[in-house]
Design a protein around this ligand. Structure first.
Ligand code: ADP
Ligand code: CDP
Length: 217
């Protein structure tokens, strides 16, 4: 039996900077609690990929807004979304307020399912699901995040130096944190989990302990 059987919907909002381990934790928590999971970064990556495929300029706010409004679920399974360049491209389109507005109702509908949901991204606890019972903000040192992303990309056959990935991550975090529309920041009622010294299993165990504490408040 799933541990999520107290009758109330459970929404778990997970935010944090690039490659902090949000997605890994979100997937495992969703499995553990029997909840659906939405990786919201994929939505922004898919908007960027639509522009790239159409040879449109990533800074064309109108084209980005139209791509977001017309986004179809099939786009979210394109393996190119996980490529390194797509993180940077997603970060550029994600600062357009009309893009964020178009994707908001999609994310809210997902979160409003009968059992609840686990969503991970940058603004889940602050904007998408401000009333979530459980909010986690996952951090890790930039150098450790770069090592993790480097390993991941090499494993998928994508060549990149560790230094280039660290530079990407720093630039993306700075852009995501400083934009006017739904910037990356810790929600007031979120618990910050630093995974720098934790492997994936230890991070999961800590996260479950936090969820159990927060959901019974
Ligand atoms: N606690 C951890 N320790 C070591 N590696 C991790 C940990 N959590 C995640 N990873 C690995 O780091 C990479 C980035 O994790 P991911 O969950 O995709 O991060 P995010 O969703 O924050 O970008 C993945 O290859 C993942 O397997
Ligand atoms: N809820 C979200 C999720 C992602 N994003 C944007 O999309 C980009 C890619 O997000 P991601 O979660 O797929 O990236 P990683 O953390 O996996 O590297 C981020 O750098 C943000 O600019 C966002 O603005 N809001």
């Amino acid at each position: 039996m799933s541990p999520n059987r107290d009758g109330a919907a459970l929404v778990i909002a997970i935010d944090g900077p690039a490659a902090s381990g949000k997605g890994t934790l979100a997937k495992r928590l969703a499995l553990h609690y029997g909840l659906p999971h939405l990786d919201t970064g994929l939505l922004y990556r898919a908007v960027a990929l639509t522009l790239i495929d159409a040879d449109a300029d990533l800074d064309d706010a109108g084209a980005a807004a139209r791509a977001a409004a017309d986004l179809s679920a099939e786009r979210l399974s394109d393996p190119r979304l996980r490529e390194r360049a797509m993180g940077e491209a997603a970060s550029r389109v994600s600062s357009v307020p009309e893009v964020r507005a178009a994707l908001l109702s999609w994310q809210r509908r997902f979160a409003d399912g009968p059992d609840g949901a686990v969503l991970d991204g940058r603004d889940i606890g602050t904007v998408v699901c401000p009333a979530a019972r459980v909010k986690l903000f996952i951090v890790a040192a930039p150098e450790e995040r770069a090592r993790r992303r480097h390993r991941e990309l090499l494993g998928r056959g994508e060549e990149a130096t560790l230094a280039a990935i660290l530079a990407d991550i720093r630039a993306r975090d700075a852009r995501d944190s400083s934009r006017a529309a739904a910037p990356l920041k810790v929600a007031e009622d979120a618990v910050v989990l630093d995974t720098t010294e934790l492997d994936a299993d230890a991070a999961f165990a800590e996260a479950v302990a936090i969820v159990e504490r927060l959901r019974s408040r």
